[in-house]
Design a protein around this ligand. Structure first.
Ligand SMILES: *Cc1c(COP(=O)(O)O)cnc(C)c1O
Length: 430
């Protein structure tokens, strides 16, 4: 189909980017399980390698199944292009790679997925990059953290796992005033609940592993470009604005305009870093996205009902779901993610660290796993698992204190989930 702004989300999640297979008429997008593509002739091959013509060369760079997924997600997010990669963490590196260099830094929210805090506070140092962690609600703190070597601001729309919602517009305005792109990790919200580009984000990253695929089968990531950032407006982004020696001095910003970041992601990022999504994984994610809105509605409905029930339970100290009236982010959530605050929250138990361990072990429907965004309900005690590499201060800032359990509400019967939580809370207190 030709996609246009006239189609609604539910139509686009099924059709955007896809058309019947030109060779066979296959209605569903085929899995193009191929490494390479035959060139028409030597001239065609040369044009493809020079980036003078768009087409398929080799599946480390592009693949038709992956291309459909890229176009679908770009459309759902309201971006101009997207590059899929092998995981959410790969997507974060792919988003930063064109912007950064040795000695450069990013200003990031201290409320992030535990793995992202580790990636930014430890691993990126090996590239000579660094991250400055700030309270993303404190605009003055963001402004004063930005210096001449800062190349991006990074936050999550709905933070995993603490139930924090970022004021994306306010953060985007600060980044914009400093001539910097804002990168938003939209994993927990998905484009059904939040479209960061409409609030001023430059780039959106996802772990497709979570709600986009939706059933715990795939690891994948994506970087979506809004196409609205002028990379040549300053000398801060030479990879995009200056001649690229690996392509005979081509300037990405000049040659590809709003698609510069996306082309760079494929032609340099995937070509040389090789964090490519395979077509089989792209197929599973495409299948998942076809039902995204239906699943997210049910995730939100269940999470609302269950968080309201948990909040009143005598064994519970507090619940962080941003959809709750008691949440400090309730009003902001209504602006940033008006269709609901997602399916993820944390619950603090009065029984402390030991009580959390008993609770997690007593649950029967909920699985104890290091994942979220599955059709199945999942639970994890962050302080003893995903966030155990962090200092106690970092754990608390990230919403993963020792008496806190992260819950990812699935799309089962809410009453069955409530009964399971109830019996496990009794055992936690025994
Ligand atoms: C899981 C997750 C990631 C990392 O994604 P992977 O696919 O596991 O590499 C990044 N950000 C958020 C918010 C996540 O939940």
């Amino acid at each position: 189909m030709t996609d246009g702004p006239t189609y609604g989300f539910d139509t686009l999640q099924i059709h955007a980017g896809a058309r019947p297979d030109p060779a066979t008429g296959a209605r569903q997008t085929p899995i193009y399980q191929t490494t390479a593509y035959v060139f028409r002739d030597a001239e065609h091959a040369a044009a493809l390698f020079n980036l003078q013509e768009v087409g398929y060369i080799y599946s480390r760079l592009t693949n038709p199944t992956v291309a459909v997924l890229q176009e679908r997600i770009a459309t759902l997010e309201g971006g101009v292009g997207a590059v899929c990669c092998s995981s959410g963490h790969a997507a974060q590196i792919m988003a930063l790679f064109p912007l950064m260099g040795p000695g450069k830094n990013i200003v990031v929210s201290n409320r992030l997925y535990g793995g992202s805090i580790t990636q930014f506070s430890q691993t990126i140092h090996r590239f000579g990059w660094s991250a400055k962690f700030v309270d993303i609600d404190d605009m003055d703190a963001i402004k004063s953290a930005i210096d001449d070597d800062t190349r991006a601001v990074f936050c999550e729309s709905i933070a995993n796992p603490g139930g924090h919602v970022a004021d994306i517009r306010a953060v985007a305005d600060v980044a914009d005033a400093a001539g910097l792109p804002l990168i938003v990790d939209n994993t927990s919200a998905t484009p059904y609940l939040c479209r960061p580009i409409e609030h001023g984000a430059t780039l959106v990253v996802h772990s497709m592993t979570k709600f986009l695929t939706g059933n715990g089968t795939v690891t994948g990531g994506v970087v979506v470009d809004s196409g609205s950032f002028d990379w040549a407006a300053s000398d801060k982004f030479p990879s995009l604005s200056e001649p690229e020696p690996a392509y005979h001095g081509l300037k990405f910003a000049e040659t590809f305009g709003p698609l510069a970041f996306t082309f760079h992601g494929i032609a340099i990022g995937l070509r040389d870093l090789g964090m490519t999504l395979n077509p089989q994984a792209a197929h599973y994610t495409l299948m998942g996205i076809e039902t995204l809105s239906l699943r997210m509605q049910r995730h939100v409905e269940n999470a609302t009902k269950i968080s309201e029930w948990l909040e009143k339970h005598p064994a519970v100290e507090g619940v962080t779901y941003a959809g709750l009236n008691s949440s400090p982010y309730h009003d902001r959530a209504a602006k940033v993610c008006p269709r609901g605050a997602g399916g993820l929250f944390t619950v603090a138990l009065k029984a402390g660290y030991e009580g959390c361990v008993k609770f997690v072990e007593a649950l029967e429907i909920f699985s104890h796993v290091a994942n979220l965004g599955d059709t199945r309900s999942l639970v994890i005690h962050s302080a003893s698992t995903t966030h155990r590499q962090l200092t106690p201060e970092q754990q608390i800032a990230a919403g993963a204190a020792p008496n806190v359990v992260r819950i990812s509400i699935g799309i089962e019967e809410a009453d069955d989930l409530i009964a399971d939580l109830d019996q496990a809370l009794h055992k936690a207190n025994a």
